[in-house]
Design a protein around this ligand. Structure first.
Ligand SMILES: [Zn+2]
Length: 299
């Protein structure tokens, strides 16, 4: 165990939620919300959407436990966003189409296109939708140019953006498909790709100021994407991506599917599918904004 643990029955009790417990599963629920945990698993489901914890669920005298840090950094933001007052405002959005210029990103030679082309097209579609909703929207690039990762987050800071959305597509062995939404890893937790702590995990970065809102945003976007597209839900994940590290506003990095997968790659290559994806991300932003406004009506 990486840190002190907290019984899930106590989480439910504090939130005034019901509990259903078996040997290796806990379901915490109220009228509107349902969380499902499994013993030894690091991912759980929040209203059907997969979210990764920093550490796996363990067993103790009072049933199943999660770490204290997972209560603070994941469960509290999702269940009681109002305790993270003040809520950030949301007017200005910077969209970041991943890669560009000499850096093509993931490529599918058989389908004949690459990640940098798909992210730029998706970014332009998303910009149009969000502008129609009244947001001020800018892009880190609007053509096929190379921009460094640090420059991308600097642009968010200089622009005083209230929200940063980086757009990417994935590549792996051909069988893998699905959508992932990444937020910056909290201090003293391992990123989702690792199970053990490294010394570098103790570093606190500017992006950590928004741990709670990052997660609420990541959940909102992953929820909309997995509802809107018929693609496997690979969950809200954590990584210390350079583009998220120095942000002074909440931010996410969307991996909108695997270019390397034949079916998903074909979908990503279609304009209609990318339009649907842009609509899903935009409705995730709307859902996030609703949460902000519930906490602070001026957001
Ligand atoms: Zn990428």
């Amino acid at each position: 165990v990486l840190s002190a643990a907290f019984p899930l029955v106590n989480v439910a009790q504090r939130m005034g939620m019901q509990v259903q417990e078996t040997e290796d599963r806990v379901r915490i629920y109220s009228e509107w919300t349902q969380l499902e945990f499994k013993l030894h698993r690091r991912e759980f489901k929040m209203n059907g959407v997969q979210v990764f914890l920093g550490e796996p669920v363990i067993k103790g005298q009072k049933g199943l436990y999660v770490s204290d840090l997972d209560v603070t950094k994941t469960l509290r933001p999702l269940l009681t966003p109002q305790i993270f007052k003040p809520a950030p405002k949301l007017r200005r959005i910077l969209i970041d189409p991943g890669h560009g210029g000499k850096d093509p990103g993931a490529e599918n030679d058989r389908l004949g296109y690459n990640e940098k082309t798909a992210t730029l097209d998706l970014a332009r579609r998303l910009k149009k939708i969000l502008e129609a909703q009244g947001y001020q929207v800018a892009l880190t690039r609007n053509d096929d140019t190379f921009i460094s990762l640090t420059r991308r987050s600097e642009m968010a800071v200089n622009l005083k953006a209230d929200l940063f959305i980086s757009l990417h597509f994935n590549s792996a062995v051909a069988s893998v498909s699905g959508i992932e939404t990444f937020v910056f890893t909290p201090q003293n937790q391992p990123s989702t790709s690792r199970s053990t702590l490294h010394r570098s995990d103790a570093i606190l970065s500017p992006g950590n100021r928004f741990d709670a809102w990052n997660l609420i945003l990541g959940y909102s976007i992953q929820r909309s994407l997995s509802n809107g597209l018929k693609s496997p839900d690979r969950g809200v994940r954590r990584a210390r991506f350079m583009v998220l590290k120095n942000l002074e506003c909440p931010g996410v990095l969307v991996e909108g599917g695997f270019i390397s997968n034949t079916n998903e790659g074909k979908n990503i290559g279609s304009g209609r599918y990318r339009e649907k994806m842009a609509e899903s991300i935009a409705s995730g932003v709307t859902f996030y904004h609703k949460t902000l406004k519930r906490v602070d009506p001026d957001s």
